[in-house]
Ligand binder design. Structure first.
Ligand SMILES: C[S@@+](CC[C@H](N)C(=O)[O-])C[C@H]1O[C@@H](n2cnc3c(N)ncnc32)[C@H](O)[C@@H]1O
Length: 250
């Protein structure tokens, strides 16, 4: 047992508990705490777990939805099988991945879309936060194509520019939207979860005909982030999608 392993486990009770209870990640406790607070998983639910690797949330989803549940996990990374779930390797932003998910669902609509999706962190908070916003927004749009009316969507969010736009887009699609920081997240002050319950049968008037992505882009433009500008010689910031890349002046 390495000194580093020992120190990390001593400092992090969730990691220790995850190991002793057979969960693949400490994140499993974040979902358990979200579920304790909001009761988002019911027996027999059809659940999509986006960004499922290494599988902690998938394990909890299978436990809570029971033998009649249908759980699909998807991640860019290969994830070891979780008994009772179907696991796919793929990018949730690609049509091919969505088609594979739909094949498994075989005509069934989802009751719950979970997204603990997170980019490969660069360590630059602004960049990581804007990529995370883009991923969460994309997952909200995916959820809207697959969720049953009345269904639930949960996504991780990082506080920062544009988050209010995502929350507005969620409020246009669900009757109840709340932020929640599970205890197991509280060592990471910027990470919270957006819990969106009761998907509306149709989005509110101002969101009709718009994707969440289009709404968040409009919000970013309104707050002064030019999401469509091209690289220019004399700018220090280049924006693509929601992402802002630093560019050195020559
Ligand atoms: C924090 S981890 C999820 C941990 C998981 N909830 C658990 O309990 O084990 C975030 C995951 O999001 C995945 N991810 C990031 N971008 C993705 C994408 N475009 N499509 C699918 N998965 C993605 C990453 O590969 C990473 O494994």
């Amino acid at each position: 047992m390495s000194k580093r392993w020992y120190q990390e486990n001593r400092r992090d009770p969730w990691r220790r508990q995850a190991k002793s209870k057979g969960y693949r990640s400490r994140s499993a406790f974040k979902l358990k705490q979200i579920h304790e607070r909001f009761e988002i998983i019911r027996v027999g639910d059809a659940i999509l777990d986006v960004g499922c690797h290494p599988g902690g949330w998938t394990q909890v989803s299978v436990e809570e939805s029971g033998a009649d549940g249908l759980v699909v996990g998807v991640d860019l990374k290969s994830t070891s099988p979780v008994e009772g779930a179907s696991i796919l390797q793929g990018d949730i932003g690609l049509i091919d991945t969505l088609e594979r998910i739909e094949e498994i669902l075989d005509g069934r609509q989802l009751n719950l879309v979970l997204s603990d999706i997170s980019p490969k962190l660069t360590g630059r908070y602004d960049t990581d936060q804007s990529i995370s916003l883009e991923l969460s927004t994309m997952t909200l749009d995916v959820a809207m194509g697959m969720l049953v009316p009345g269904g639930t969507f949960v996504t991780k969010i990082f506080q920062g520019v544009g988050i209010e736009g995502l929350i507005e887009a969620a409020r246009d699609r669900f009757s109840n939207v709340q932020r929640f920081a599970p205890l197991a997240s509280r060592n990471s002050s910027s990470e919270t979860y957006l819990v969106c319950r009761n998907r509306l049968p149709v989005p509110r008037q101002r969101a009709r005909g718009l994707t969440a992505n289009e709404q968040v882009q409009a919000h970013l433009t309104k707050v002064g982030v030019n999401v469509e500008s091209e690289t220019e010689e004399d700018t220090t910031e280049v924006v693509k999608g929601f992402r802002r890349f630093s560019k050195k002046d020559d």
